[in-house]
Design a protein around this ligand. Structure first.
Ligand code: 5CA
Ligand code: ZN
Length: 409
C-alpha cells in the first residue's frame, strides 16, 4: 500500500535529546538507545470507522517519538499495518450491505487524509494484511513444524505455552488475561484448545467469507497477531526499538505477537520497548467503534476546525493518560493556537534558545507534551506582555513547534 505525504520537518539549531520512554514490559521509563536508524512498528487501523480522536491521539503520540528521533539526527524506519481483513471489518460490511474491500479502501483513504491534515509523518512502509498473506502462511507453517501450533476443526492455534517468556509484555495474571482475551477478539471458551488463551493463527475458510490460498494450511485467512509479526519481521527484524499502540493492545495483541516472533526466531525480545497510549473517552466511555461514541477528525475538519487546533487538543494530554474529549478541550486548543500564532507573527520577541531546549527536554522525558506546551505558553505570554528584541526569535519558536510538535503556526 502507499502511505501519505510527509510534511516538511524544519531543522533546528543544536541537537535533540535522547528519548526515555515508558515500557509496558518492564513497567519503567527506559532509555531507548537506537542505532543511527531507529526502528519502530506502530499497529495501524482496522479500516471500518476511521479516524476517531482516539486513533488520532495514539498516532500523534508515536509521531512525537519519530520527531524526537529525527531531532537527534537519526533516520527513522517506521512501519505501520492496515488490518484490512478481520472479523469486525467483515461484520461491519455485512451490517451496512457494503463490499468489505470497498469499505476498507474508503476508510483507509480517509485515514490517510486525516493523518496528512494532522501533519503526522508517514511510515516508510504502510502494509495491508491481505497483501501480507504470502508472508504469513510460511510463518504459520513454521510454527507448526516447531510444535508451537495445532489444529482445532481446521483452524490453526498458537500454543502460548511454547514461549517461556509468554506474559512478559503485559505482566497480567492468567485470570486477567482470560477476561481480556474474551473481550478483545479471542475465544477462550472454544472446546478443543490446549490453553484457553491460545490465539488463532489461521482461520479455515468459512462459507460466504473471503479466503486465500494457505498452502499446507488449506484455504483461509490470517489471525490478527501473526499479521503484525509477519510485517514487522519482514521490514524491521527482531529486536527493533519500539512497538506502539493504544493500551488496549498490550494484551492480547502485543503479548501474542511477541510470543509468536520469539518462538519463530528463537530470539528475544521482539521489541526493545512496548509503548502504549492511553484511551480517549467520550461521554464517560472509551471511544470505540463498537460503542459508536465517536468524534471523527474528518467531521471536525468539515466543520471548519483547523487541524492544528485538533493536534494541540491531543497534545494537551499526556499520551499515557486516559482522558475525555469535550468541546472545552477543543475550545482551549483553538485559543492556544490563536495566542501562539499572534506571538510568532512579529519579527522579534523574547529569546527562544531556552524554549527550544525546554521543549526538547519535555518530549525526551516520556513524551511530556503538556510540559512542552506550557513552555511555549510562557514564551507567548512574555511576547504578549513585555515583548522582546531578539530578531528571529518568533521564527525559531515557529520552527521548533513545527519540527517537534507537528503544529504549523
Ligand atoms: N488493527 C488493529 C491493530 S493491528 C487495531 O487495533 N485497529 S483499531 O482501528 O482498532 O485501532 C487502531 C489504534 O488506535 C490502536 O493502536 C488502538 O489501540 C488505538 N485506539 C483505538 N481506540 C482508541 C481510543 N479510544 N483512544 C486511544 N487509542 C485508541
Ligand atoms: Zn497490530
Amino acid at each position: 500500500m502507499y502511505a501519505w505525504p510527509a510534511s516538511e520537518v524544519p531543522a533546528l539549531p543544536g541537537k535533540g535529546r535522547d528519548l526515555r520512554i515508558h515500557d509496558t514490559a518492564t513497567g519503567a521509563s527506559i532509555a531507548i538507545d537506537p542505532g543511527p536508524v531507529a526502528r519502530i512498528y506502530v499497529c495501524g487501523i482496522t479500516p471500518y470507522d476511521a479516524t476517531h480522536l482516539g486513533h488520532a491521539a495514539t498516532y500523534n503520540a508515536f509521531d512525537l517519538v519519530q520527531r524526537v528521533w529525527l531531532d537527534t539526527k537519526r533516520q527513522v524506519h517506521y512501519v505501520q499495518n492496515v488490518t484490512d481483513i478481520d472479523d469486525p471489518l467483515l461484520e461491519r460490511a455485512v451490517a451496512n450491505g457494503d463490499d468489505w474491500t470497498a469499505l476498507a479502501e474508503r476508510e483507509t483513504a480517509l485515514f490517510r487524509e486525516d493523518m496528512t491534515a494532522l501533519r503526522i509523518l508517514p511510515p516508510r512502509q504502510y502494509i495491508g494484511a491481505v497483501e501480507s498473506i504470502p508472508r504469513i502462511v510460511p510463518l504459520v507453517e513454521r510454527l507448526r513444524e516447531l510444535g508451537a501450533a495445532y489444529e482445532v476443526e481446521g483452524d490453526i492455534y498458537f500454543s502460548v505455552e511454547s514461549d517461556p517468556a509468554f506474559g512478559g509484555v503485559s505482566g497480567l495474571d492468567a485470570h486477567a488475561m482470560r477476561l481480556l482475551s474474551a473481550e478483545r477478539g479471542g475465544d477462550p471458551d472454544r472446546p478443543g484448545k490446549k490453553n484457553p488463551l491460545d490465539p488463532m493463527l489461521w482461520m479455515a475458510a468459512r462459507p460466504g467469507e473471503p479466503s486465500w490460498d494457505g498452502a499446507s494450511l488449506g484455504p483461509g485467512r490470517p489471525g490478527w497477531h501473526i499479521e503484525c509479526v509477519a510485517i514487522a519481521l519482514e521490514h524491521l527484524g527482531m529486536g527493533f526499538d519500539v512497538q506502539g499502540g493504544g493500551s488496549d493492545l498490550a494484551f492480547p495483541h502485543h503479548e501474542m505477537g511477541a510470543s509468536h516472533a520469539q518462538v519463530l526466531t528463537g530470539e528475544h525480545p521482539f521489541a526493545k520497548a512496548y509503548v502504549h497510549a492511553g484511551m480517549v473517552a467520550l461521554n464517560g466511555a472509551k471511544m470505540s467503534k463498537s460503542k459508536g461514541n465517536l468524534v471523527f477528525v474528518s467531521q471536525l475538519r468539515r466543520d471548519g476546525v483547523d487541524p492544528a487546533a485538533i493536534r494541540l487538543a491531543l497534545l494537551a494530554h499526556h499520551y499515557r493518560a486516559d482522558w475525555e474529549w469535550t468541546d472545552g478541550v477543543l475550545t482551549e486548543a483553538r485559543e492556544r493556537l490563536d495566542r501562539w500564532r499572534a506571538a510568532v507573527s512579529r519579527p522579534d520577541g523574547p529569546p527562544a534558545d531556552d524554549l527550544v531546549d525546554e521543549v526538547r527536554a519535555a518530549l525526551a522525558n516520556d513524551l511530556d507534551a503538556p510540559t512542552a506546551l506550557a513552555a511555549v505558553d510562557r514564551w507567548a505570554e512574555r511576547q504578549a506582555t513585555t515583548g522582546g528584541t531578539d530578531e528571529g526569535a518568533p521564527g525559531v519558536v515557529s520552527r521548533a513547534v513545527d519540527a517537534l510538535l507537528g503544529v504549523a503556526l
